[in-house]
Design a protein around this ligand. Structure first.
Ligand SMILES: [Zn+2]
Length: 96
């Protein structure tokens, strides 16, 4: 299919298919979506593992008062959220 005037079709860096609307060195929409799915899977597994470790450490070390339990719960939630965010970003850069 011919591209509109002024546009050029550029090969996807991963699958090599010529696609309009991307720049050199970028991925097509299908490759980008596949990469994002893999990154999400890696990130959620890593985050679950880190959260379990954090929960075990919290239960083991914190005193058994109600305030400490509240902060422990907050820390566990924050651990899951942050580890997932950071790992997804790293995986998007590092995955082949
Ligand atoms: Zn592609």
């Amino acid at each position: 299919m011919p591209s509109p005037v002024g546009w050029r079709e550029v090969p996807c860096v991963e699958c090599g298919e010529f696609v309009a609307g991307i720049n050199f060195g970028e991925r097509c929409a299908a490759c980008q979506a596949r990469r994002q799915r893999r990154a999400n899977r890696v990130a959620s597994r890593t985050a679950i593992a880190a959260t379990l470790l954090m929960a075990a450490s919290t239960l083991w070390k914190l005193p058994h008062t109600s305030l400490a339990r509240w902060y422990g719960g907050l820390a566990i939630g924050a651990t899951y959220f942050l580890v997932r965010l950071i790992t997804r970003r790293i995986a998007m850069e590092a995955l082949k």
